[in-house]
Design a protein around this ligand. Structure first.
Ligand code: DLL
Length: 433
């Protein structure tokens, strides 16, 4: 399969590290000169950008947190005057003020190139009709893929979110061959097709690029079998650039992080200590080329591990494994750390597919309560109380053995858990209110 930017994507590690060091030095100089926030902490910590003579010095640099970005809302972290900014975006934040990120003309060019890389790695070519179902708003998903697809020379159908039946009609009529969406929306599309009698196998769809939220293996299998496509997982976050930070190649054994543009590290989220390759911890990213919004050791909150071994595709870029939850959406139930992804994998293993589910944490007196609601498949022994009870007990037992605390499991009727076109509202923590 083609590699979009082989010079960088397949760069020998020694050469890559030299390039990273040069770009890191330039970035440190840029932020020291232009971003008060960084100048202040560098001065406090006596960090002199010119003294950064090897990549091992990275650990001496301070972290940047989402909280730091909030404190500098809206433009405090920008490293260029607004007149050089050609675009702003923000993260898919919910209630709080979203983080605002900016791009110069060069940033947009670099971003376009990165997304062209992940799309090429997933097998998209200039012959594809690419249907983008992310929101064309402040969210980085749609514009990122839009520009990347155009750079490849594919034809873009800029649908945006929603209008599921129209999406399906367009897919049929325009012969869409590549779908860009969140994994949950792909499942929503498959469900709707089934309901309205459209056979996905008769469409021209052949690949899907998913991202914005975790794509579990169970979800991947469900999407692939229901839509008859090959699905890849793609990771990114607006603070760093948007989609195009990392993506799977045809071997789908982890997402290649584009290390010529970002330096990844894994840290222990509690101590901040850097962890060795292969260990699971919080992903920290430093940007190497960003002009408008450079980030030094940004704490992504995403838990993962890195694989430095060679990949059969020929890319030398390190691979990140699927995220194992977030360091910050982790629930603490009766003193035990619980990741929603663990519960999802239990449910998926039991029912064979990724069900629609919701986790509800509540508190009665001083006792934490955990409930897991999940949708029964159409016709699942709702009428047979005894079987249902035994089934639920079995699910509860498995969940307990995986997460270490007990949860009450409830089956709910099909289509009763709200579907989200963007990120799924999987966890409801009532203890906070
Ligand atoms: O979701 C950027 C994006 C759009 C990536 C479309 C890929 C495709 P934010 O709104 O800033 O940006 O959210 C970033 O979403 O820190 C992760 O927690 C999560 N996330 C994104 N992609 C994945 C993925 C976009 N493939 C946050 N797997 C990140 C798991 C993901 N989590």
């Amino acid at each position: 399969m083609k590699i979009w930017d082989a010079k960088y994507e397949c760069m020998p590690r020694e050469e890559l590290e030299q390039l990273q060091l040069e770009r890191l030095q330039a970035t440190l100089n840029r932020v020291y000169k232009n971003v008060t926030f960084y100048r202040k902490i560098f001065d406090e910590l006596e960090i002199v950008p010119e003294n950064m003579q090897s990549l091992s010095g990275l650990v001496k640099l301070p972290f940047t947190s989402k909280e730091n970005l909030r404190m500098n809302y809206p433009y405090g972290m920008f490293a260029v005057p607004l007149r050089e900014v050609v675009r702003v975006h923000s993260s898919s934040g919910t209630t709080e003020k979203p983080v605002v990120v900016g791009y110069t003309r060069n940033d947009i060019k670099a971003w376009t190139n990165l997304v062209a890389r992940v799309m090429t790695a997933a097998g998209v070519t200039r012959d594809d009709m690419v249907q983008i179902t992310f929101s064309y708003g402040m969210y980085t998903g749609a514009f990122g893929f839009h520009y990347g697809a155009e750079a490849i020379g594919a034809s873009v159908i800029p649908m945006g979110t929603g209008n599921t039946e129209k999406q399906i009609m367009i897919m049929q009529d325009y012969r869409t061959s590549a779908l860009i969406s969140t994994p949950t929306y792909a499942i929503t599309l498959a469900e709707r097709m089934e309901r309205i009698g459209v056979d996905p196998k008769k469409l021209s769809l052949r690949v899907g690029l998913f991202g914005g939220e975790p794509l579990s293996e169970a979800m991947r299998e469900e999407i692939e079998s229901r839509l008859g496509i090959t699905a890849t997982d793609n990771y990114g976050l607006s603070e760093i650039i948007g989609p195009g930070v990392a993506g799977e190649c045809e071997y789908r054994c982890g997402m290649h992080i584009f290390e010529d543009t970002f330096i990844p590290e894994i840290i222990d989220p509690k101590t901040g200590e850097q962890l060795s390759a292969g260990r699971v911890g919080e992903l920290v990213l430093t940007t190497l080329k960003k002009e408008a919004f450079p980030m030094i050791r940004y704490r992504t909150g995403d838990m993962t591990s890195l694989e430095y071994g060679p990949c059969r595709c020929g890319r030398t870029m390190v691979r990140m494994n699927k995220t194992a939850g977030r360091s910050d959406d982790m629930l603490i139930i009766r003193g035990v750390n619980v990741f929603p992804s663990q519960i999802e994998s239990v449910l998926a293993a039991i029912v064979g597919t990724a069900p629609h589910y919701q986790i509800v944490a509540d508190r009665k007196g001083a006792r934490d309560l955990l409930e897991v609601h999940f949708e029964a498949a159409e016709g699942t022994f709702f009428d047979e109380m005894k079987r249902q009870k035994a089934f639920l007990e079995m699910v509860e037992k498995r969940i307990r053995s995986v997460i270490g605390v007990s949860a009450t499991v409830r089956l709910v009727a099909p289509n009763t858990i709200a579907r989200h076109e963007g990120k799924a509202g999987i966890v409801i923590d009532r203890r906070k209110t």
